[in-house]
Design a protein around this ligand. Sequence first.
Ligand SMILES: Cc1cc2nc3c(=O)[nH]c(=O)nc-3n(C[C@H](O)[C@H](O)[C@H](O)COP(=O)(O)OP(=O)(O)OC[C@H]3O[C@@H](n4cnc5c(N)ncnc54)[C@H](O)[C@@H]3O)c2cc1C
Length: 415
Amino acid sequence: MGTQTCDILIIGGGMAGSLAALALADAGFTCVLAEKFPLSNQKQPLFDGRTTAIAYAGQRLLDKLDLWAPLAKGAGPIEQIIVTDGRPKDRFRQGGTASGFLHFDSKEISDGDHTQPLGWIVENRFMRAAFIDAMQQKEKITLKAPASWTRIVNEGGHQMVTFENGDKVKASLVIGADGRPSPVRVHAGIRTSKWSYGQTGIVCTISSARDHHNIAQEFFTPGGPFAVLPLPQQRASLVWTETTAMAKAIVSLPEPELMHHLENNFGPYLGELKLAGPVWAYPLSFLMAEKFYTDRIALIGDAAHGVHPIAGQGFNLGIKDIAALRDVLHEAALAGLDIGHGSVLERYQRWRHFDTAALAFGMDALTRLFSTDNAALHLARSTGLGMVNKVAPLRKFFMRQAGGEAGDLPSLMRA
Ligand SMILES: Cc1cc2nc3c(=O)[nH]c(=O)nc-3n(C[C@H](O)[C@H](O)[C@H](O)COP(=O)(O)OP(=O)(O)OC[C@H]3O[C@@H](n4cnc5c(N)ncnc54)[C@H](O)[C@@H]3O)c2cc1C
């Protein structure tokens, strides 16, 4: 038992909390990261079956923090994105019935001879391991795991946080990176808007007989979006959204029947498919915190916002939170200001809250628009996709949005 003093206590050691510790330590802050479960759990290959589409602006941050080198080899570049209003089998069979589609090619936003991918698909298990390994190397980061807090008391100039084993941490600022239920957010009395989509994302990795040519495909089916995300070695990660009842039935099928169902949906465009790992199910929901801070507490990642994976933006929003908060705190510290003061954190709120809410509610509308078979809506969205596809500046605008380059970019995300 003892009291440890640091600049910033981060509660939650998922991908957002770990990356925040690395980014803030890089800016010179002493950090304690407290995670409820042993960090070694996250390094188990079966802990998290998902992949994350990292937008190119987010990849810059990973690169600048020296985190990209261990990830680069296992990352699948996204050179093109094709969005189709219909099932894969409708689009790829002769005379297919899928109508609207949209094609993004990284060459269109290339910088002279230099073409960079629109993003990369990274397996979460690799990212979690890379972040934990890097944190263990940093003198400015102290890891406390497993550790659960019992009390957070704002004592004026600092927060005093007490843990179950009696340990105390005194910090100028507490960051809640403790996921959607966020006990830190609840403690801070910050309200949320939240709802369930009644949908579940079935996630698995497949290997295929034919090459995916580094093209990410997103198909809008009545059950929800179906994404095929390119990985190295002719593998792809699938995020297959269905209503929760249907998803439960699908994941409980024996493998041959599941594959039959998958191939029936998929059609022949990647040739014969094989499962390359377990099948996972993630219930999908929406969450938006009414604000991202109170005095001496800031929220980042899914503790602040949780979005549908329709556009692969959830963790990318978290990366931008981290980069923006780092800039705000760094500038405040250089100016001799108190990094936990409400007036400093208000800047973080102004930078991130409005943009995130606009994107989150926009994606919510998109999810509803595309998860239906209604003929009128089908026509409207096909027309919309067709329009964007024909107008080059609009296409480029959407590519830059997908690349995370929209709005005021924090320093670690700039080219
Ligand atoms: C199917 C699916 C596909 C996705 N694909 C993409 C994608 O392609 N691109 C993208 O950008 N995003 C994607 N996302 C979103 C992304 O996975 C999440 O945004 C991200 O994992 C959230 O990380 P986090 O660290 O904020 O939260 P979490 O992963 O929930 O981590 C929170 C951590 O806090 C800990 N914790 C909780 N309570 C306490 C406590 N009391 N004390 C200490 N620790 C505590 C937890 O144990 C956990 O480790 C996807 C999501 C899903 C469901």
